[in-house]
Every structure is written in structure tokens, then in C-alpha cells.
Design a protein around this ligand. Structure first.
Ligand SMILES: [Zn+2]
Length: 417
């Protein structure tokens, strides 16, 4: 330990490590950015060095800083521009095209910064952030929440990664990635990205040991296109001058197609998964993919509800994401979690809490530092005020509801002692 930063003991009526059961009268010993130890108060107190600063949060639950597994922060400037909900994906995309020319690279960078502050203000410690090239550096610590950057590639008529991105941009990305493990590639979707580009992007992630992400099975138009080669997606590609005459429709679901391309494994994060059929879920289980659900975004695009209970029942790594402010009203994961509980009354609050912490961290390849309260992990923790009457059985539900009400604070400093 260095002596510059104080060691702080945070105590609360509940410690919720997420990776293990809640502990009554728990404590976390932190030093700087890292957790030193966590457990019951008596044990952790006995490990605290002399001069440790102690902070009792009273009737509260200590929980990990949240993990938003799917955002597009460069679109934060879209807040309020598109009326939500929209009647469908085509209508929504039309609105995006209407507005997007107003956004310069500079304004997208400002959007990312604003987004990171909004994430911090709503309890998120790190996000998986899809980026189309406006900012390929993980955020400086002073900007708020951390980012795991997914540099997104697309191009239905492109023959490979270099063709899709350009050599200069690819070199800039690779240089950033050498400096930080919080960098990955994502392909946009099977209806917007050629099979060669999807394979190349996954290949780079495999070679470098990083998570690959792709949107899949988000809307009915995607299903129609991959089955038949027709409909809105084809017209869109033709209108954009991106249609590739050499492509023939695989005649299968998006996930079956991605499986045929060989890009599904435990290091693949599939986003949306709204239109999965029984065979898709079997593929998902067999390949061990992670899935990030964005229920409010799906609702706002009238895409339909994803089968979250099925994913959890299969034991998949499952996460929640807010998606962007072009399709959502805020970046608040507590709100996403409570919306999810309302939409799926059969889901356990414990499972939803896990989706916005450990599930998200695992899905974006950041579980070594985020998503759970354990020695060595990030000290960016929340203290969520819990009514004294709350029982052990309703703890997770209470955390999510109180979080949505804003009854929480970051616990990273000793200033309130
Ligand atoms: Zn997205």
C-alpha cells in the first residue's frame, strides 16, 4: 500500500458482494481504487491498519458500482430529439437519419463526456460503449464512469476489416488497444455488415483475447432480411449504396447465421436477442455466449420483449444495457432494472441486480475489476439507503427501488466521516 491515500473502512447494515450472499452488518476495507477486503464488520475491522478512517453508512446496502453493458455514448446528444416510443425500427431509423447530420465529431466527443457524467450520476462505474470512431480512448478517470470501448465496424459491401475501416483508423485503434485492455471490436449487425467484416472483427478479438460484440435479432425487419433477402433492410442497403449483389440470404435466423460464420463463443456478447426462437436459444447455450438485453430501447422501438427468463434459465451470462439516448430516455440502470422487474414479474430481483453488476462486468470482459465486492476489485461502490424494516428476503428488490428513487451515494471518499 502507498501512504498517499487513506485506507477507509465502509460499514453498513448490509454488504451485497453479488458474487456471494449478502452479509448483515458488513464492511469493506478500501485503499485508493481497490478493495482490500470485504466481509462481516468484525472480521474486516480486525484487518484494518492503524489510522484507518471509518465510515458507517448506517441502514444501507453496500453494492458494486453498476455496469451498463451496452451504450452508444456518442449519441447522448440525441436526448429528446426523437419522440419515444416509435412505431417500429424503420420509423425510428428515419428519425436518426434526419438528425444525425447535425452531429460533428466534436459534438459526439462532447456527447461521450456528457454520457459518462450521466452514468456516474446514476450509479454506473463502467459501461460497454459502442463507438464509431469519434473517440477511441477509454475515458480519463476525471471524466466519470469508465468505458470499455467497442469500436464498431460495419459495411455490407466491404470485403474485410481494412476495407471497412480504412488503414489509418485501424492503426489508430490498434495503437489504442495496445495501451488499454478496455478496447474491443464490435460488428454492427448481420444486416449491415458483410460476413467477411464480421469474421475479421471477431478474429481480431480472438487473437487479442477480447470480447466481441454484435447486435442480433433486434427487430422483425432483420429476421425477414436474413430469411429472404427482402424487405426494409434490403431497401435500406440499396438506398445507401451498400447493397452487395454477391450476398445471398442465408435463409436462417441471425444467430444461426452468426454461428455459421463461426463467431459465437464465450467471448461474444450478443445485444438485444429479441427475436430468438427455440433453436437460437439452443445455439446460445451451446456456444456459451453472453447476452445484453435493452428492454426499454426495445419497448421504445416497438421491437417486442426479449425472453430474459429463458436466458437466465439456461444459465447464460446476462446483462442489461440502456442503449443510447436516441432510443431511451436516460442512461439510468436502476430505472432499466425496475422497468425489467415490472415487465417480467416472474424474474427475481436478485437476478436483475446481478445483471446490472456481475453479469454486465462478465459480458464486457471487465469482471476482474468490476461487478462484485471482492478483494482486488474496484472500490467504486454504492451505499443504497435501505429502510430498517427491509428483510433479507426483499433486499435486492429494495436496492433496485431505492436506487431508482436516487436514495444512494458513491462511497469512495472519507469526506463525510
Ligand atoms: Zn446498440
Amino acid at each position: 500500500m502507498t501512504t498517499r491515500e487513506p485506507t477507509i473502512l465502509h460499514r453498513a447494515s448490509w454488504l451485497v458482494p453479488v458474487s456471494s450472499p449478502p452479509i448483515e452488518d458488513g464492511a469493506v476495507l478500501v485503499h485508493g481504487e481497490r478493495i482490500v477486503s470485504a466481509g462481516d464488520y468484525g472480521t474486516v475491522r480486525s484487518q484494518a491498519p492503524a489510522g484507518t478512517c471509518e465510515h458507517d453508512h448506517g441502514s444501507a446496502a453496500l453494492v458494486p458500482g453498476l455496469v451498463n453493458a451496452h451504450t452508444h455514448l456518442e449519441l447522448t446528444g440525441f436526448a429528446g430529439l426523437i419522440p419515444l416510443p416509435q412505431p417500429g425500427f424503420p420509423a425510428w431509423l428515419g428519425k436518426v437519419f434526419e438528425h444525425r447530420s447535425a452531429f460533428s465529431i466534436e459534438s459526439m466527443r462532447r456527447s461521450i463526456d456528457q454520457g459518462l457524467h450521466q452514468l456516474t450520476a446514476s450509479g454506473t462505474a463502467i459501461c460497454g460503449d459502442i463507438n464509431n470512431g469519434s473517440c477511441l480512448e477509454p475515458a480519463p478517470k476525471t471524466s466519470g464512469a469508465s468505458r470499455h470501448v467497442f469500436f464498431e465496424v460495419l459495411g455490407f459491401d466491404r470485403q474485410g476489416l481494412t476495407d471497412a475501416v480504412g488503414l489509418d483508423m485501424l492503426n489508430a485503434f490498434a495503437a489504442s488497444a495496445r495501451r488499454s485492455p478496455a478496447m474491443s471490436l464490435a460488428a454492427h449487425a448481420a444486416y449491415s455488415t458483410s460476413p467477411e467484416v464480421i469474421r475479421d472483427a471477431k478474429g481480431w478479438c480472438r487473437r487479442t483475447g477480447r470480447v466481441f460484440s454484435i447486435h442480433a435479432a433486434e427487430h422483425a425487419e432483420e429476421v425477414e432480411f436474413l430469411r429472404s433477402g427482402r424487405g426494409f433492410c434490403r431497401e435500406l442497403l440499396q438506398g445507401l449504396g451498400r447493397w452487395a449483389a454477391r450476398w445471398s440470404p442465408p435463409g436462417m435466423s441471425a444467430l444461426a447465421y452468426l454461428d455459421r460464420l463461426g463467431v459465437l463463443d464465450r467471448q461474444t456478447l450478443v445485444v438485444h436477442a429479441v427475436h430468438f426462437d427455440g433453436e437460437d436459444w439452443e445455439i446460445a447455450r451451446r456456444r456459451g455466449i453472453s447476452v445484453c438485453f435493452c428492454p426499454r430501447s426495445n419497448h421504445n422501438l416497438s421491437a417486442g420483449p426479449p425472453d430474459i427468463p429463458r436466458a437466465l434459465g439456461l444459465g447464460l451470462v446476462a446483462a442489461l444495457g440502456t442503449d443510447s439516448l436516441a432510443s431511451n430516455t436516460d442512461l439510468d440502470l436502476f430505472r432499466e432494472a425496475v422497468f425489467t422487474l415490472d415487465q417480467y414479474p416472474g424474474l427475481s430481483p436478485e437476478a436483475v441486480l446481478a445483471m446490472i453488476t456481475l453479469g454486465g462486468a462478465t459480458a464486457i470482459g471487465q469482471a476482474q475489476s468490476f461487478g462484485a465486492i471482492e478483494a482486488g476489485k474496484s472500490s467504486r461502490l454504492l451505499a443504497v439507503a435501505i429502510p430498517e424494516s427491509a428483510s433479507h428476503n426483499h433486499l435486492a428488490e429494495s436496492i433496485l427501488l431505492q436506487g431508482k428513487r436516487g436514495a444512494w451515494k458513491w462511497v469512495s471518499s472519507c469526506t463525510n466521516v
